[in-house]
Design a protein around this ligand. Structure first.
Ligand SMILES: Cc1cc2nc3c(=O)[nH]c(=O)nc-3n(C[C@H](O)[C@H](O)[C@H](O)COP(=O)(O)OP(=O)(O)OC[C@H]3O[C@@H](n4cnc5c(N)ncnc54)[C@H](O)[C@@H]3O)c2cc1C
Length: 485
């Protein structure tokens, strides 16, 4: 077996892991850093919808690690960690080699959970990865294409019924987005958009219950009613099984099972513990795991019995301070882990992570969003969507990428979006192109419409944006090594 020694190993290059690595480099930490992830690309999950809809290009939503780590001396290993021996301080890669560490950062996130529902894992579409988004886009386009070509009404109805399971934030954003996107695509194929059904199914009787976005429930319900096709809600039911051609559900207060004929079930309900974290169960004391099986970490984000191991993001639970599974939590924790790793090397004490929730943002359709600023002010509609986009684009790792993404998005907003057919009906979708004079006039009106609320947007945006202490600069090239832990 091939064996090599690396001082700091970061397992999982998602929000927590990637930001830990970039912060270490940004603060000129001089240790060797190995970042391990099975994927070639980072996934900016809050903007995965934009990849599905084509609103943003793949390189913006899922930049390659090669691009993100350019100019830094972080070693990226594209592989999966299959096992970890905490006593021996050793990680074992799926491809064979072992690596030993002085410090380990465990940031592997969570995986999709299916709540034991029959057929769900095999037949439903998940929405957590780049591959999921691509597979879902193919499925949606294929269903619309086939529906536009068949005269069989029953078959067309099944092809045009799209079911989203789970009314948490992902399910809500997905349903609202599809309710604008699918009519747009279907109108381009010459189909009758009024035959499309978007159904959101939830076990609880309210949407967004118990979530940080619960306060945005009314905004979401309003968005559902006002999309191009309205979103239908089926609440207070348990999904019993998912088949490739139908879904069965049962109201929580009844024994009667009902069937929905659909070829597209999108599953967003529940998460499960990453298998790598599950495999550590035998090495971590039972009372140092939370009720879901996640390892408890100290406020400084260290495993309780293994202080050389940091864990954060969706794969760990901070002792007596439960935090929501959010990117804004994960990336702040990444900054704290980097700070603490540097403190330990210098012989200083690690400090507790203070996570600030700066408000929440939701996509509620194409060109429609809501920004909830510090739970005090809500900006809705197009301005809400602009704040959401600007906030997330600013969060993208490394300024080089950030700049590219922002300019691409602005170019799209200013030059292209208004020249496209409006996304409301098949009649409008078939409109002839505008004359140059009409285009100029429309652009002027739209520009004014954007400029008028701009002052307000700037104020709101600065409330949500990343404070300078957490912002990253372009990674520095390798400097001469001064000390190694
Ligand atoms: C569709 C969607 C929309 C979202 N929208 C928002 C939003 O609007 N706002 C918000 O704040 N949060 C949002 N979230 C939640 C947010 O994305 C997560 O909370 C955040 O990504 C968690 O970060 P993490 O570092 O813990 O895990 P992740 O970002 O999931 O990263 C985990 C990494 O670990 C890697 N990995 C897994 N197993 C292994 C292994 N065995 N070996 C090596 N590497 C491994 C994975 O490939 C992945 O790159 C959304 C999530 C989804 C799915």
């Amino acid at each position: 077996m091939n064996s090599s020694t690396h001082r700091t190993i970061i397992v999982g290059a998602g929000f927590t892991g990637l930001f830990t690595a970039l912060h270490l480099r940004h603060q000129h930490d001089l240790r060797s850093i190995t970042l391990i992830d099975p994927q070639e690309r980072f996934v900016f999950k809050p903007m995965l919808y934009e990849l599905l809809t084509g609103e943003l290009p793949e390189d913006t939503v899922c930049p390659t690690y090669k691009e993100l780590l350019q100019g830094s001396d972080i070693t990226f290993v594209q592989d999966k960690v299959a096992a970890i021996n905490l006593q021996e301080k050793r990680v074992h890669l799926a491809s064979g080699p072992d690596h030993t560490y002085s410090y380990l950062v465990l940031t592997v996130g969570s995986i999709q959970g299916y709540l034991g529902t029959e057929g769900a894992q095999e037949n439903a579409f998940a929405f957590r990865t780049r591959e999921n988004a691509i597979a879902l886009e193919h499925q949606l386009r294929d269903c619309l294409q086939r529906a536009s070509q068949t005269n069989d009404e029953a078959q067309r109805r099944a092809l045009l019924t799209f079911v989203v399971v789970g009314a948490g934030p992902t399910g809500v954003e997905m349903a609202a987005t599809l309710a604008d996107l699918l009519p747009y695509w279907y109108a381009q194929l010459g189909g009758n958009i009024h035959e499309i059904r978007i159904i959101l199914i939830n076990h609880g009787k309210t949407i967004l219950a118990g979530d940080v976005n619960a306060g945005l429930k009314e905004n979401a319900l309003h968005a559902f009613r006002t999309r191009t096709v309205p979103v239908e809600l089926i609440l207070g039911v348990g999904v019993k099984s998912v088949d490739a051609n139908y879904l069965e559900y049962q109201p929580v207060d009844s024994a009667e099972r009902k069937k929905l004929l659909t070829q597209t079930t999108i599953w967003t309900a529940g998460t499960a513990v990453n298998p790598l974290i599950q495999s550590l169960k035998s090495q971590i004391r039972a009372d140092h795991l939370d009720k879901h099986g996640l390892p408890l970490v100290s406020p400084t984000l260290q495993l309780l019995d293994f202080p050389e191991v940091f864990a954060a993001g969706d794969c760990a639970d901070v002792q007596s301070q439960p935090l929501p599974a959010l990117a804004q939590v994960a990336y702040q924790q990444g900054a704290n882990i980097a700070h603490n790793l540097i403190a330990l090397v210098r012989g200083a004490s690690p400090s507790p992570a203070h996570v600030n929730l700066r408000g929440t943002l939701m996509k509620l359709g194409l060109n429609n969003g809501v920004a909830n600023l510090l739970d005090k002010v809500q900006v809705t509609g197009k301005p809400g969507d602009l704040i959401r986009n600007a906030t997330y684009l600013e969060m993208l790792p490394t300024p080089l990428h950030d700049f590219k993404a922002t300019t691409e998005w602005l170019k799209e907003e200013i030059f292209h979006r208004y020249h496209r057919p409006k996304l409301v009906s098949e009649a409008v979708a078939k409109q002839p192109p505008l004359s140059p004079a009409e285009q100029r006039e429309r652009s002027l009106v739209k520009a004014l419409a954007i400029l008028a609320p701009i002052a307000f947007l700037i104020v709101a945006y600065f409330g949500l944006r990343t404070p300078p202490s957490e912002r990253l600069r372009q990674p520095q090239p390798n400097l001469p090594r001064q000390s190694t832990p």
